[in-house]
Design a protein around this ligand. Structure first.
Ligand SMILES: [Ca+2]
Ligand SMILES: [Ca+2]
Length: 465
């Protein structure tokens, strides 16, 4: 079997161990070395760990590797090279890591020691059917659509993948017994869906999608939105929006026509809000399910794009309609080009939407966006959102919330839920040093803590459990 070997030495500032002498110029530079070799035919793979490093070469006395996890490393003093041999041969893909200590004699100093780290990536040969962890639908990239295959096959078990890992490298994996049937007579083997390679399809595989989100290994066609009677609709609750407002939009499965059975939904939204750092999509309990019986993922990609997916995990469709998601953000300054504007449409459009039933069949669906108006004419300085480190705890909480006000000239505190409903309002006295709020018996979920100060509003997210 042909294997590809990669040596990667990350940039590290070498750390002297002991000694106070003037240190020589020494630098470990990113170093990638590919070796294609029949792995059974060779005992030790040479790794030129010094190739890209700035070292006083002639002064090197000895290089000692620490023990790698998945192989052996050995310094050949005669050949002046590091040799590495993995315990596993052939069909597994993994990353190994070991430190090596360089002993050098330099100028007038006595022995000086440096420690660097070498990372070895072993990529097994899989030219056409490699698994890329997180690209569960084998489309060429890891993104929101990859949540759906995990939901459809949730709980299935199969063979583990060599040394299980979630590195974004092509990975050899044995086929599982089952495949999902996709559109156009395509079959997707379950091995792609087990993103972390542990032999089980579950929420850990969603975490791998999250970790490798947006990464691409092959260019394939853009997934297009289809025309359909069935729609996912965004609906702003705010008629108009000023700086500092919490903007809330419901995400609704349309109620018109017959109710269609669905299992999972994934979508991406384009918008023109520039400071969208606070934007997020949550899936409160709905006809689709709750935290116990669904998986979900949301990604705020910045640059006017947010994506999210939710899927059931019990292989049974749900019928129904209504609100199943909530998009929220806090409005900051609206800047069009480089110019501040006083009034402007805030528009949200669905870019791509996909729904599947429990058989994995595509349910035709379309997306309908919404517009609200940014109106800054009524805004004063107190409504400006400011970034501030706030001392408050515990978070999450199930009982009380303590807030240190010593460094803030706060005038009032407000807590709202994600629907924008006011849960608590408290006026602060001048020079008040702290406050303790009781949140006992609140519904579990995310809330927004807003403290008005003389220079603007501090907004923090708190979680009640
Ligand atoms: Ca994918
Ligand atoms: Ca897994």
């Amino acid at each position: 079997m042909v294997c590809c070997w990669v040596l990667h030495i990350p940039t590290l500032s070498a750390q002297p161990i002991g000694g106070t002498q003037t240190l020589p110029d020494i630098e470990a530079i990113d170093d990638t070395l590919y070796i294609a070799t029949p792995i059974e035919a060779i005992n030790f793979i040479p790794i030129d760990i010094l190739a890209n490093d700035i070292l006083p070469d002639s002064a090197i006395v000895l290089i000692l590797p620490s023990n790698p996890q998945y192989g052996l490393a050995h310094w050949d003093d005669f050949a002046k090279q590091m040799l590495y041999v993995p315990f596993e041969f052939g069909d597994s893909t993994f990353i190994d890591q070991f430190d090596y200590t360089i002993h050098i004699c330099y100028v007038s100093s006595s022995d000086t020691l440096f420690t660097n780290t070498a990372t070895v990536t072993i990529v097994a040969d899989c030219e056409t059917d490699c698994v890329w962890p997180g690209d569960t639908n084998n489309s060429g990239r890891a993104n929101i659509w990859d949540v759906l295959p995990v939901g459809l096959t949730y709980g299935t078990e199969g063979p583990t993948r060599g040394v299980p890992n979630s590195f974004w490298i092509p990975q050899q994996a044995n086929d599982w017994q089952d495949s999902l049937e996709l559109e156009g007579n395509h079959f997707l083997n379950y091995k792609y869906i087990d993103a972390n390679g542990d032999g089980k399809i579950d929420s850990f595989d969603v975490e791998v999608i999250d970790q490798n989100y947006g990464l691409i290994h092959a260019k394939k066609g853009v997934e297009q939105m289809e025309d359909a009677d069935f729609a996912i609709v965004l609906d702003f609750l705010n008629d108009s929006v000023s700086i500092g407002d919490t903007v809330v939009a419901n995400i609704i499965l349309s109620e018109s026509g017959d109710t269609t059975d669905i299992y999972g939904l994934a979508f991406s939204i384009n918008h023109n809000v520039e400071d969208s750092g606070t934007m997020e999509i949550n899936f409160p309990p709905s006809f689709i399910g709750d935290e116990e019986n669904t998986i979900s993922l949301q990604k705020n990609l910045g640059n006017g794009r947010i994506e999210a997916a939710i899927s059931r995990i019990n292989q049974q469709n749900t019928g129904g309609s209504g609100v199943f998601g909530v998009l929220t953000f806090i409005m900051e300054d609206f800047i069009d080009g480089k110019k501040k504007v006083a009034s402007q449409d805030i528009s949200f459009d669905f870019l791509e939407v996909r729904a599947v039933n429990s058989m994995g069949e595509v349910v035709p669906i379309t997306g309908v966006g919404d517009v609200t108006v940014f109106d800054d004419t009524s805004t004063n300085i107190e409504d400006k959102v400011i970034d501030h480190i706030l001392d408050f705890y515990p978070n999450p909480t199930d009982n009380y919330l303590y807030i240190n006000l010593e460094r803030i000239q706060g005038t009032s505190i407000e807590i709202t839920n994600l629907m924008g409903e006011k849960m608590l309002h408290q006026t602060l006295t001048p020079h008040q040093k702290s406050i303790e709020l009781s949140l006992k018996n609140w519904r579990q979920g995310v809330y927004l803590l807003q403290i008005k100060t003389k220079v603007g509003i501090i907004v923090k997210r708190i979680m009640v459990f």
